[in-house]
Write a protein that binds this ligand. Structure first.
Ligand SMILES: Cc1cc2nc3c(=O)[nH]c(=O)nc-3n(C[C@H](O)[C@H](O)[C@H](O)COP(=O)(O)O)c2cc1C
Length: 277
């Protein structure tokens, strides 16, 4: 079978258009009590200030049955309808995703990758894509037909406790690969490390780590930029992703092995202080 070019995506807002409806999906098991929700909320505040309609959905509150690879959705009888679609919340969520102009995926790092709830949701997209119809993506990759909900412009918010750059790297890579194969314009990826140091959104932490204030401002700015231009500027990404540890050149120092025992010692002392009543 020769590959067909992917049809243009009528729902895509492109980089230059203003996405009016921004949907954020939070994949943390902790749902609204978690740091990912807190960060997404800041971002959406900024978007609303620029007139966007926003919605934040905690996947932990929905029933999302894992794909069982039964392939019923790819039979002539069911035609891209999953056997579970009347029994869980995925069909309804897919409708909300189709109505959105831009989707912000929020995920904590769980064991070096995106959270399982997000992966489970993505796997259910297999049931609405015609995997037997080959297509060429805009970037020239051979892939298959995908539903319009997959091609929505997307941004990502990734957070983790670690300060090591390798920890969120798989999640970042995953979003980039997703965007390329799905022909989904990538509007920006924000990575918040040191989540435990940041008190997972505890307001007291801003006193200990004043850089958090500018990080949180950058999250609101990122939301405003998404609403105005459909993408997050490099400058805002750099501000949102900055190190919060108050040491000059920490981003560089933390890569040097002799410096690691000192970081470890400080982090242990900080976390044991946190644990005291
Ligand atoms: C199951 C699980 C696995 C985790 N794996 C990692 C990890 O590999 N690296 C890391 O830095 N943090 C890891 N964490 C910590 C979370 O990424 C971090 O606490 C994040 O801020 C949680 O987001 P939330 O508050 O929105 O739930 C893990 C947490 C859980 C519950």
């Amino acid at each position: 079978m020769s590959p067909e070019p992917t049809p243009p995506n009528p729902t895509s807002c492109g980089a230059a258009l203003r996405p009016r409806r921004i949907l954020a999906l939070n994949a943390s098991h902790r749902g609204p009590r978690g740091y990912t929700h807190f960060l997404l909320d800041l971002l959406l505040q900024g978007a609303r200030e620029q007139g966007a309609h926003t919605e934040l959905v905690d996947l932990a509150r929905l029933e999302i049955t894992p794909c069982r690879a039964c392939e019923a959705c790819h039979t002539p009888k069911r035609r891209l309808r999953c056997l579970m679609e009347e029994r869980d919340d995925v069909a309804g969520l897919f409708q909300r995703m189709r109505r959105a102009d831009l989707i912000v995926y929020g995920t904590p790092v769980y064991v070096f990758g995106v959270a399982s709830r997000l992966k489970t949701l993505w796997e259910r997209m297999y049931g609405v894509c015609d995997v037997r119809r080959l297509c060429l993506t805009r970037s020239g990759l051979i892939f298959h037909h995908v539903d319009s909900l997959c091609t929505k412009p997307l941004a990502a918010v990734i957070c983790c406790d670690s300060l090591e750059a390798a920890i969120p790297a798989n999640a970042v890579h995953h979003f980039r690969t997703y965007a390329r194969f799905m022909d989904a314009p990538l509007a920006g990826i924000l990575v918040r490390n040191g989540a435990a140091l940041a008190g997972h959104g505890d307001p007291q932490a801003v006193r200990r780590f004043p850089a958090l204030e500018s990080v949180y401002r950058a999250y609101r700015r990122a939301g405003a930029e998404l609403a105005l231009r459909g993408r997050i500027s490099r400058r805002t990404r750099a501000r949102a992703n900055r190190e919060i540890v108050p040491l000059p050149a920490f981003a560089l120092l933390k890569r040097l092995r002799p410096f690691k025992p000192r970081i470890l010692e400080r982090a242990r002392a900080f976390l044991s202080q946190e644990e005291q009543p």
